[in-house]
Design a protein around this ligand. Structure first.
Ligand code: PLP
Length: 462
C-alpha cells in the first residue's frame, strides 16, 4: 500500500512514512494510491465483533508492510484500552430511524481520541524500532490538542508542542492541555485565532531546514493515519444497523473535514453509505461551497461549538482531489488561488462529483441551543453543542434509510453552553475530577514564525 500526495509532486510513501511525516513536502495531503475494497460478505462479518477486531479488519489493508499482524493487533488493543465504554463507540436512538453515535468515551471526551490514541501507539512502535525521535507540533481549536497531549505524554521518543488560540478554547479544553506534568508536553497559547495557529504550523512544515533539524511530525487531522482510524466507526455503526444489506446515512459536525472524509473512504471501500451530510455552525464555508461552488474564506466567527470555528478546512483538499479525478495539478492551482485571493471556484464537474457524496446544512447559534433543549426533552440525551449542530442538520435530511449522527464530544466539555441551553450543568466523569484545580503550565506566544521556531528548538529534548 503506497500513499500519494493531493498535489502530485511529493514522493510516494509507505504507510509508516506517510504517518510520521503528516503533511507532504509539496504542501499536499497523503491518500492511498488505491482504496482497498471489502466484499459484502466481509462487511457483514464485522457485525457483532468487538470494536478492536473490527478495527483490525478495516484498517489492516491500509497499513501494508509497516506493521505485522500481531503487532498491529496489540497496538489497537492498547489504543482503546483507556476508553470508558465496552462498545467504544456505542449507538443510542434519538427518534424514529435517527441514531446517535457516541464518540466521546475516550480519555479526553471527544472523538479525536479514536485517532490520536491509535497514532500515539503507532508512533511509539515505529520510532522505537527505527531508533528515531520526532517533534510533534500541532494546532488546535481545542480538542485535537488535548487528545494529542493525552496520547503522546510521557512517550520517550516524542516531544509534543500544541498551539491553541489564546482565550478561545473552553476552560476544560485548556486545562486538559496545560495540566499534564510530563516534561515532553508543551502547551503554547498563541495570540491569534485557530486559522493563525494552523497557518504558522503549515509555515513550520514548509521551512524544510527547520523541519529536518527538529524531526517535525504532524498529527493534525491532515495526518492520513488519523483519517484511517476514523473509518472504523462508520463500519461498526452501519453494520449494527443492517449494512451491508441496507444503506445508512451519516451526518457529521464538521470543521476540518477529517471525520466526514473518513466516511467517504468507508463508502469507497464498499460500505453502503447513502449520503454524508456536512453539518456546520455559522462558520459555514463548506455549506456555502457545496451550495454555490464558491469556496470563499471570510473570517472566523467565534461560536458555542468552537471546535468547528474554522474558515479553511484542510481535509477538504482530499475531497477536491477525488472530485477532480485525482488531478494533483488542478488541486495545486486551487490551493494557490486560495492563498493568493482567499477563495476559488470549484468546476461544474467537480461540484457535481462532490454533491453525489455530500449534502450539507448550516445551523445558527439559537438553533443549536434549541436543539440541545429539544433533544433532552425528546430522548433524555444531553448533547454537546457540536453534536447538536449535527442533530439539527440530520433532522432536515431524514429519509427511509437509518440516519446516524456523530456525537463528537461529551457535553461536560462545554458546560457553560449546555447549561445555558438546557438548564442542566453536565457533570464531568469521575476520572476528570481534579482538573479544575491542578496547576497550569503554558507559554504565551506571538503569532510569529521565527519566535515559534526558536521556542521549539530551545524546549525540545535533544
Ligand atoms: C474536531 C471536532 C469537530 C470537527 O471535526 P473535523 O474532523 O475537523 O471536521 C467536531 N466536533 C468536535 C467536538 C471536535 O473536536
Amino acid at each position: 500500500m503506497r500513499y500519494v500526495s493531493t498535489r502530485g509532486r511529493a514522493p510516494v510513501l509507505p504507510f509508516e512514512e506517510a504517518m510520521l511525516t503528516g503533511l507532504a513536502r509539496d504542501g499536499g495531503l497523503y491518500l492511498p494510491e488505491t482504496v482497498p475494497r471489502m466484499t459484502a460478505d466481509e462487511i457483514a462479518a464485522l457485525a457483532g465483533l468487538s470494536y478492536e477486531d473490527a478495527a483490525f479488519r478495516v484498517m489492516r489493508p491500509f497499513v501494508g508492510e509497516s506493521f505485522g499482524d500481531d503487532e498491529f493487533r496489540r497496538i489497537i488493543g492498547r489504543a482503546y484500552a483507556g476508553f470508558r465504554h465496552a462498545a467504544r463507540a456505542p449507538l443510542v436512538q434519538l427518534g424514529p430511524n435517527h441514531f446517535l453515535l457516541e464518540l466521546f468515551h475516550g480519555p479526553t471526551l471527544a472523538f479525536k481520541d479514536f485517532a490520536m490514541q491509535l497514532i500515539g501507539q503507532l508512533f511509539q512502535v515505529a520510532l522505537e524500532r527505527a531508533g528515531r525521535r520526532v517533534t510533534i507540533v500541532g494546532a488546535t481549536s481545542g480538542d485535537t490538542g488535548s487528545a494529542a497531549i493525552e496520547a503522546f505524554r510521557g512517550l520517550p521518543n516524542v516531544d509534543v508542542f500544541i498551539l491553541y488560540p489564546h482565550g478561545r478554547v473552553s476552560d476544560i479544553q485548556r486545562r486538559q492541555m496545560t495540566t499534564p506534568e510530563d516534561a515532553n508536553v508543551h502547551a503554547l497559547a498563541l495570540d491569534g485565532d485557530f486559522d493563525d495557529c494552523q497557518a504558522r504550523l503549515k509555515d513550520m512544515f514548509n521551512d524544510f531546514a527547520f523541519r529536518d533539524e527538529v524531526g517535525l511530525a504532524g498529527v493534525n487531522s491532515i495526518n492520513w493515519a488519523r483519517v484511517l482510524a476514523q473509518v472504523v466507526y462508520y463500519f461498526t455503526s452501519a453494520t449494527s444497523l443492517g449494512a451491508p444489506h441496507r444503506a445508512v446515512d451519516f451526518t457529521v459536525p464538521t470543521g476540518n473535514f477529517g471525520d466526514i472524509f473518513a466516511g467517504s473512504i468507508a463508502r469507497a471501500m464498499g460500505l453502503p453509505v447513502g449520503r454524508l451530510v456536512v453539518a456546520t455552525n455559522q462558520n459555514d464555508i463548506l455549506h456555502r461551497c457545496l451550495a454555490t461552488g464558491r469556496y470563499d474564506t471570510d473570517g472566523v466567527k467565534p461560536s458555542i461549538s468552537p471546535s468547528m470555528d474554522i474558515q479553511v478546512s484542510s481535509n477538504f483538499e482530499r475531497a477536491l482531489f477525488e472530485a477532480y479525478g485525482r488531478d494533483g495539478a488542478a488541486v495545486t492551482q486551487l490551493m494557490d488561488e486560495l492563498k493568493a485571493h482567499g477563495g476559488f471556484a470549484v468546476s461544474q464537474g467537480a461540484l457535481q462529483a462532490l454533491r453525489e457524496v455530500y449534502a450539507s446544512g448550516r445551523v445558527s447559534e439559537d438553533e443549536t441551543r434549541a436543539t440541545i433543549r429539544d433533544a433532552l426533552a425528546a430522548s433524555g440525551e444531553l448533547l454537546c453543542p457540536h453534536s447538536a449542530v449535527g442533530v439539527r442538520v440530520a433532522e432536515a435530511h431524514l429519509s427511509d434509510r437509518p440516519m446516524v449522527t456523530l456525537a463528537t464530544a461529551h457535553p461536560a466539555k462545554f458546560p457553560d453552553a449546555v447549561e445555558q441551553a438546557a438548564g442542566i450543568r453536565p457533570a464531568l466523569p469521575p476520572h476528570m475530577e481534579g482538573i479544575m484545580t491542578r496547576p497550569e503550565r503554558v507559554t504565551r506566544v506571538p503569532n510569529d514564525l521565527a519566535a515559534l521556531e526558536a521556542l521549539v528548538r530551545e524546549r525540545r529534548r535533544a
